[in-house]
Design a protein around this ligand. Structure first.
Ligand code: NAI
Ligand code: MG
Length: 501
């Protein structure tokens, strides 16, 4: 059973929600997992048990897929107009906004992030994502196409395309932005008329489960969104492999992304993948160095470095290197690290003991490889999963800490000579998710942006997200794009209809 969590200023609804033993949402009903088993999630600030969650397995996934299939083929969802879908998704956004404080508190407790960040970023971005996607339902259109068929001379045709929902979608999401990742996934699925089985991360399922209640309250029909919690191998893998799932959308590690792809081969379901990154953040001598320093610090330290697009490789033009490194190190030392619920906390703990061990392992590897920590370089305290914000120098592209995704508050700083020296080094990565460029020279900014192999390039800013802006990766950072109108292609099939006149 969950132990009572006592955190100052916790909303009583939140306290009640975390102390429940949670169930799965299948066909509009909250049901226990077939095994009857559950697992614990932990408060990362203390390491104590936070909540007990249903341990879903392949039987639960199969039930959820059947419910989603039935809702897709036969339910009221399949007969609804696009405008009706818009209203339901908009209503969900309104309900989420109304319960903003509760969701922010749940997210902070479950993930560890500062409450202020969850209030200002995670929940409002999720709300806006649903609203943006709600509007698309009535704007998904096909084309009319003139035909000139050479072997039917004189014949006339009316040919057009339809964009139809792809069907039953499996969505597997990670723990770094639990609610926002659910919104990025559910928004396009709902607006296109698909049905869903959502598998939240085992570390952070709480906001997705509470969102499930709001999905019901909004009046989205039973079976349209099913939520099965469980471990990756037990619940995620059977969802990715399920023969009656038409598409799987995944966000997480590149390693698991490759497993998803293999699992999808069985029925050749469509796949979209949002994977890891090792993004270069480039500061030129002519940049406004004060904003570049602040931007470089927040590029890596936001969300404790647990961002797929974190600016984890800082490249600084030679002349400014010492000044920028010193500035980022000073910024790191000023960060108030503590439990997410403490007022004034700017950085919380990492999400889990596993992630703490992974990040500290990389810090040891870095030192063994010859890197030097200008600041940080170790765990902070003994309780909870805190790591000191860290700046590593004496690093180069051959090192593991420069090549591999650390997913913690650790940046490697490397000087470069000029653009010719920079570009091959910045692109020397198996990843290609994001990049940053800081300069006051507009020509250099756009010419470097053009040469970087990355799905997003930020110029004189970093971590700017909007539901209208597509996001996704080159190379091993993934397949497909989330958000913007681009994401709609991942959730629709094109049907060409040709009629002889
Ligand atoms: P993960 O990739 O194992 O987990 C992400 C999701 O996939 C979770 O819901 C998990 O239950 C599920 N999953 C795990 N194994 C699966 C399988 N065999 N089949 C289907 N689903 C499966 O990520 P993890 O272990 O939590 O973190 C490892 C590393 O992955 C991090 O250190 C970081 O480098 C990267 N990562 C990247 C994220 C991103 O936003 N791109 C998010 C989370 C992690
Ligand atoms: Mg894993």
């Amino acid at each position: 059973m969950a132990t009572a969590v006592s955190v100052p200023s916790m909303d009583p609804n939140v306290a009640r929600f975390v102390s429940r033993t949670h169930k799965n949402l299948i066909n509009g009903k909250w049901v226990e997992s077939e095994s009857g088993e559950s697992f614990a999630t932990f408060n990362p600030a203390t390491g104590e048990v936070l909540s007990n969650i249903a341990a879903g397995n392949s039987v639960d996934i199969d039930r959820a897929v059947k419910a989603a299939r039935d809702a897709f083929e036969n339910g009221p969802w399949s007969r609804m107009t696009a405008a009706e879908r818009t209203k339901l998704i908009w209503k969900l956004a309104d309900l989420l906004e109304k319960n903003l404080e509760e969701f922010a508190q749940l997210e902070s407790l479950d993930n560890g992030k500062p409450l202020a960040v969850a209030r200002a970023a995670d929940v409002p971005l999720a709300v806006e994502n649903f609203r943006y996607m709600a509007g698309w339902a009535t704007k998904i259109e096909g084309n009319t196409i003139p035909l000139s068929v050479p072997y039917t001379p004189g014949a006339k045709y009316l040919a057009y395309t339809l964009r139809e929902p792809i069907g039953v979608v499996g969505q597997i999401i990670p723990w770094n932005f639990p609610l926002l990742m659910a919104a990025w996934k559910l928004g396009p699925a709902l607006t296109t008329g698909c049905t869903v089985v959502l598998k939240p991360a085992e570390q952070t399922p709480l906001t997705a489960l509470r969102l499930g209640e709001l999905i019901q309250e909004a009046g989205i029909p039973d079976g349209v969104v099913n939520i099965v919690t469980g471990l990756g191998e037990a619940a995620g893998a059977p969802l990715a492999a399920h023969p009656d799932v038409d598409k799987v959308a995944f966000t997480g590690s590149t390693e698991v992304g490759k497993l998803i792809l293999q699992a999808a081969a069985g029925n050749l379901k469509k796949v979209s993948l949002e994977l890891g990154g090792k993004s270069p953040n480039v500061v030129l001598d002519d940049a406004d160095l004060d904003s570049a320093i602040a931007g470089a610090a927040s590029a890596i330290f936001f969300n404790h470095g647990q961002c797929c697009c974190a600016g984890s490789r800082l490249y600084v033009e030679q002349k400014s290197f010492d000044k920028v490194v010193e500035g980022v190190a000073k910024a790191a030392e000023k960060i108030n690290v503590g439990p997410g619920f403490n007022p004034g906390t700017q950085m919380g703990p990492l999400v889990s003991e596993e992630q703490l061990a992974r990040v500290c392992g990389y810090l040891d590897v870095g030192v063994a490889e010859g890197a030097k920590a200008v600041t940080g370089g170790s765990r902070l305290g003994e309780k909870g999963y805190f790591v000191k914000p860290t700046v590593l120098v004496n690093t180069n592209e051959k090192m593991k800490v420069v090549q591999e995704e650390i997913f913690g508050p650790v940046v490697t700083a490397i000087p470069f000579r000029d653009a010719d020296d920079l570009i091959p080094r910045a692109n020397n990565s198996t990843y290609g998710l994001a990049a940053g460029v800081w300069t006051s020279d507009i020509k250099k900014a756009h010419s470097i942006a053009a040469k970087l192999r990355a799905g997003t390039v930020w110029i004189n800013c970093y971590n700017i997200f909007d539901a209208a802006l597509p996001f996704g990766g080159y190379k091993q950072s993934g397949w497909g794009r989330e958000m913007g109108h681009e994401v709609l292609e991942q959730y629709t099939e094109v049907k060409a209809v040709c009629a002889a006149l």
